[in-house]
Design a protein around this ligand. Structure first.
Ligand SMILES: NC(=O)C1=CN([C@@H]2O[C@H](COP(=O)(O)OP(=O)(O)OC[C@H]3O[C@@H](n4cnc5c(N)ncnc54)[C@H](O)[C@@H]3O)[C@@H](O)[C@H]2O)C=CC1
Ligand SMILES: O=C(O)C(=O)Cc1ccc(O)cc1
Length: 283
């Protein structure tokens, strides 16, 4: 926002005093308020950037202080629960839930970088009767940050993201946990020989525990549905390995390689790799 909209006056609030101090020190915001309510008293646009389990609570904290014409949005990774909580906490206020599908495993005020949203999707999930002017204000905010904006229902969002983001994170958490349990048996060989594949999983599995706990509690139904499908497909691979069915393995790996190539062609993998290059392998 600082780079793309330099004339916008930014006021921040965070429950953690260290985060508030850091935000001021690194000039992330012009002001830092000492309560959520005080941060929004003269706001045009309020962007709630807290773990999904806290979005409804924070919306409740600002409700009494919001100017009547303010638009409230969020960046939560799940939308069904969050959209419901926002609507409940903010009756009569223009609410446009959003999810910028871009990020890294890092968190905190120093983890942001100006190009994070460039060329990435931002998904809006407004209610069917949302004010189109408010929807356009949020859409144009994200477009000015370089994102491409798409609109869908919260339920559809949550099913899609369960496969493309939530399940992959769950698999990474699980495999790194399994490898660490095995470490005692292999006497640290897990770390010593952690070549490409495992290293990639450890990056994802380093993501913020509070954020991801809340994602799985909030998107429970869609994640469980996709996890069921994944478990069936994994069992098929297990069978192929057991019976030496090389064709089944080869066919799947050929199909998945094509998926990766089409993602790269669409330029959807750039930002994180650029970030990794800029900040070193352990960033
Ligand atoms: N990290 C990522 O890659 C992405 C995260 N998101 C979503 O963005 C949201 C924020 O995530 P991050 O910025 O990564 O997390 P973060 O950990 O960097 O920031 C969250 C902040 O919320 C504060 N907080 C927690 N409860 C609070 C409360 N009740 N009142 C005031 N402040 C409170 C914490 O102190 C923390 O500083 C989450 O909903 C997440 O699902 C969306 C896209 C990508
Ligand atoms: O670090 C990664 O690979 C991510 O996938 C970042 C991310 C995390 C959560 C989101 O809702 C969107 C993007």
């Amino acid at each position: 926002v600082r780079q793309a909209m330099p004339t916008v006056r930014l006021t921040g609030y965070d429950a953690d005093p260290d985060v508030r101090a850091t935000a001021l020190r690194i000039d992330l915001t012009d002001d830092v308020a000492d309560s959520a309510g005080a941060a929004v008293t003269d706001a045009d646009l309020v962007v709630l950037c807290v773990p999904v389990g806290a979005i409804g609570t924070v919306a409740g904290e600002i409700a009494a202080d919001l100017p009547a014409e303010a638009v409230v949005t969020d960046v939560g990774s799940c939308k069904t629960d969050v959209a419901r909580a926002l609507a409940l906490a903010l009756p009569g206020i223009a609410v446009v839930p959003a999810h910028p599908v871009a990020g890294t495993e890092r968190s905190g005020p120093e983890a942001g970088f100006a190009t994070l949203f460039a060329g990435r999707w931002c998904i809006l999930t407004p209610a069917a009767d949302a004010d189109p002017v408010a929807v356009e204000r949020v859409a144009s905010f994200w477009r000015r940050l370089g994102a491409d904006v798409e609109t869908m229902t919260p339920e559809h969002h949550d099913r899609v993201l369960a496969v493309t983001s939530h399940l992959p994170h769950l698999i990474a958490y699980s495999i790194v946990g399994t490898a660490s349990d095995l470490e005692a048996v292999t006497e640290s060989e897990v770390i010593k020989y952690s070549a490409g594949g495992f290293r990639d999983f450890t990056r994802i599995a380093a993501s913020d525990p509070t954020m991801w706990r809340d994602v799985f509690l909030s998107n429970r139904e869609a994640v469980l549905e996709m996890l069921g499908r994944f478990s069936e497909d994994l069992a098929q691979l297990q069978r192929a390995i057991r019976w030496g069915d090389g064709d089944a393995l080869f066919d799947l790996f050929t199909r998945t390689r094509a998926i990766r190539r089409s993602i790269v062609e669409q330029g959807q993998d750039d930002a994180r790799e650029d970030f990794g290059r800029a900040h070193g392998p352990d960033a």
